[in-house]
Write a protein that binds this ligand. Structure first.
Ligand code: ADP
Ligand code: MG
Length: 688
């Protein structure tokens, strides 16, 4: 009996044993269909296939141990605990319980056998296990598990075991489903690789085999993603939209007004963008350029082009501050050319919002800058021809698409300051053309970065005071707002929170220096006032949380101190540092760190000291990150991949691209199968 592949798209509730309650829990893991269950592979394994003789135990490693109970006694040390001593005939191991009841205690009869699973660690009496999983036996138990035990990502109220049982059922259903077959791979059959990951047999060298199987699945997923993007690109080529040809040469007018000359890189990418707009095929272009490389003016040229043609541009920014910053900049540049600019954010009063919405709907605002408020229902454009998205990685693909839906296939320009290593652009933005600004405006002296232990905070304060006395301004960046937020950090080194730091600096700084404080919890209006004051040099030192990460542009600020820099990721540190070094004066950045520093954090800090090159930093970032989040996609809840972990799997990208291209050309049936396997049925894929 062959089941069509589509049966995998049935809801999990069609499996016996999964009711609405369970389905709800699964949904929290984004498991909705049987396919989702099949593709929910374990993220690690426990080895219960062997009971380890006491003489071979390795501290820190999880394992099964089996021994005869010699004694069970209560020890009254710093904490009362129950110690069960096991013997394997030669050596002894202690099992320690801090929580136990009388019945449990009475169960540990000398002469019984105990089998435990857990971590082994050194203790006062030799090796011990604390609160392991265990079972008592009358005789020495023989059997161990035949297979490695998969560990699944689960959610509250769901045990890995239960999930594993459902996976088994899902795999039964998948038996005849069609998955890809790639003859050149060690695991030609995708389904075989997936099965292997769910139920790896006990065999020698199993770890390597598991890794091979995982790569096979990751490759499939990468190829699927790539094919979807390629399809989307091919589709876009068949679609037409409004061409926006050059009309009034208003761009030249802006060039004259700017007060600076474009860098070669800016001129080049502007030409690329304008050339796209000349045509009736919707532009899909990614503009990447390091912090401060001057992307905004490129966006302005594009918006001018749309305006010349009588059409609107929407510019979407991830934060209010950044939206306001763009609004200010564009309000300087565009109205003199007769192009009205509007701002639409979530913090406007209802009346303001109505006025703005009307101006947008009637087409009076030809350029509209905003946050996510831009794509909310109720925002109607008169004629949207161009959608520009800044700091793209902070928005999910969904949001980008929603904005796109507001117009009749508007041209799209996506700007990012998080440089993406080339290998990744190939896979992640395969549907887009890429323009790169690889040059900073002239006259910028590179920011010098220094590291200092927190104990040298006084020196940092002195430096800030000196810089300000010389007429410069400084940022002091903190990682949290108030000290009490640290309560749940459980005894780790105290963070110098913004509010406390603000007060502390107020006491420590020489009189006459003006301090400002800005953080995410400040009422919006106050936030804007503080930023404006800093910009106008009515404030010398701005104490801030990481809200200033993007968009703040104050060339006279030449010093930045970052408190607890060891806590921040490389991308974030780089973004923050990009706030200084924006003028001609030489700038520096001081990274204060609390000791002890983890090895990885130390490496991050060292990278920051050694380079200002965003691309180099992005590469390093990928290297240093463990499995987890790259490009911030996890934070926005827009998980692009099910299994692929960019930090681990990016080496597969070139192969995936080659394979994807080959399948498109020679084996479209397999290409289709792979897309069907990985499609999540969301906007991203549905628009293929
Ligand atoms: P980002 O790429 O980080 O968005 P911006 O567009 O904010 O960079 O530009 C950073 C600063 O550099 C702004 O003050 C901008 O006016 C200025 N700038 C941009 N291009 C040039 C240039 N070619 N020469 C001098 N200054 C420039
Ligand atoms: Mg910018």
């Amino acid at each position: 009996m062959t089941e069509p592949a589509s049966s995998l798209d049935a809801a999990v509730t069609t499996l016996p044993g999964i009711g609405p309650g369970s389905a709800e829990k699964l949904a929290r893991l984004e498991i909705v269909t049987i396919r989702d269950l099949v593709l929910h592979v374990p993220f690690r394994y426990q080895d219960r296939t062997r009971s380890v003789p006491f003489g071979e135990l390795v501290p820190g490693r999880e394992c099964v141990v089996t021994g005869e109970i010699v004694s069970a006694n209560i020890a009254y040390g710093r904490r009362r605990s129950l110690l069960v001593t096991l013997s394997d005939g030669e050596r002894r191991v202690t099992v320690r319980f801090f929580h136990f009841n009388v019945r449990q205690r009475q169960g540990f009869q000398a002469g019984l056998w105990m089998r435990c699973f857990g971590d082994v660690r050194p203790g006062p009496l030799g090796l011990e296990m604390v609160h392991p999983e265990y079972r008592l036996h009358r005789e020495e138990p023989a059997s161990v598990e035949a297979e490695l035990t998969p560990v699944y990502r689960v959610t509250q109220g769901l045990t890995p075991k239960r999930l594993g049982q459902w996976v088994d059922k899902a795999l039964e259903r998948a038996a005849d489903a069609v998955f890809s077959h790639l003859p050149d791979e060690v695991f030609p059959d995708l389904l075989a690789a997936i099965r292997f990951l769910h139920r790896p047999p006990a065999e020698p060298d199993i770890e390597r085999r598991v890794e091979t199987a995982r790569s096979r699945v990751a490759l499939d997923e990468f190829v699927g993603h790539y094919l979807v993007l390629k399809n989307r690109q091919a589709l876009a080529k068949t679609q037409t939209t409004l061409p926006l040809p050059s009309r009034e040469q208003l761009g030249r007018e802006l060039l004259r007004q700017l007060g600076f000359r474009l860098t070669r890189a800016q001129a080049r990418v502007t030409a690329e963008v304008l050339n796209d707009l000349d045509h009736d095929r919707p532009m899909m272009r990614l503009l990447q350029g390091d912090v401060g490389s001057g992307k905004t003016v490129v966006a302005a040229f594009a918006a001018i082009r749309a305006a010349e043609n009588g059409y609107q541009t929407a510019i979407m920014a991830p934060t209010e501050i950044l939206a306001e910053q763009h609004f200010e900049t564009l309000s300087l540049w565009l109205p003199p050319l007769g192009i009205e600019v509007g701002l639409l954010t979530g913090r406007m009063s209802a009346a303001e919002r109505r006025t703005r919405l009307a101006a947008v709907a009637e087409g009076r605002d030809l350029v509209v800058v905003g946050t996510h408020a831009l794509f909310q229902a109720g925002v109607e454009f008169h004629g949207l021809a161009l959608a520009i998205v800044d700091e793209q990685h902070r928005f999910g693909v969904h949001q980008r698409m929603q904005l796109r839906d507001k117009g009749r296939l508007p041209h799209q320009l996506v700007m990012t300051a998080t440089p993406i290593p080339r290998t990744l652009t190939m896979a992640l933005y395969a549907d887009m053309d890429v323009s790169t600004i690889d040059e900073l405006p002239p006259g910028r002296t590179p920011v010098r970065t220094h590291l200092a232990m927190m104990s040298r905070r006084d020196e940092a304060i002195e430096r800030v005071a000196r810089a300000c006395a010389a007429g410069r301004q400084a940022y002091w960046v903190c990682t949290m707002i108030e000290e009490d937020e640290e309560a749940d950090l459980g005894g780790r080194a105290p963070l110098h929170a913004a509010v406390t730091t603000y007060e502390e600096l107020g006491r420590a700084m020489p009189g006459g220096l003006r301090l400002g404080l800005v953080h995410g919890r400040l009422p919006p209006a106050e936030k804007s006032t503080v930023m404006a004051d800093f910009k106008a040099h009515r404030i010398d030192v701005l104490v801030a949380t990481t809200v200033i990460e993007v968009g703040v542009d104050v060339p006279n600020a030449t010093l930045m101190v970052i408190d607890n820099a060891e806590r921040l990721g490389l991308a974030q540190l780089h973004q923050l540092r990009g706030r200084v070094g924006r003028g001609a004066g030489s700038s520096s950045c001081l990274l204060l760190y609390e000791t002890p520093v983890s090895a990885v954090a130390r490496q991050r800090l060292t990278v920051m000291r050694e380079t200002n090159d965003g691309f180099a930093i992005a590469e390093k970032d990928l290297e240093l990150r463990g499995p987890g989040d790259v490009l911030g996609t996890r934070q926005t809840g827009d998980e692009t991949f099910r299994l692929v972990d960019l930090a681990v799997d990016r080496a597969l990208v070139p192969k995936a691209v080659r394979l994807g291209d080959r399948l498109l050309a020679e084996d479209p049936a397999t290409a289709r199968v792979i897309v069907d396997t990985w499609a999540k049925g969301d906007i991203e894929y549905a628009s293929v």
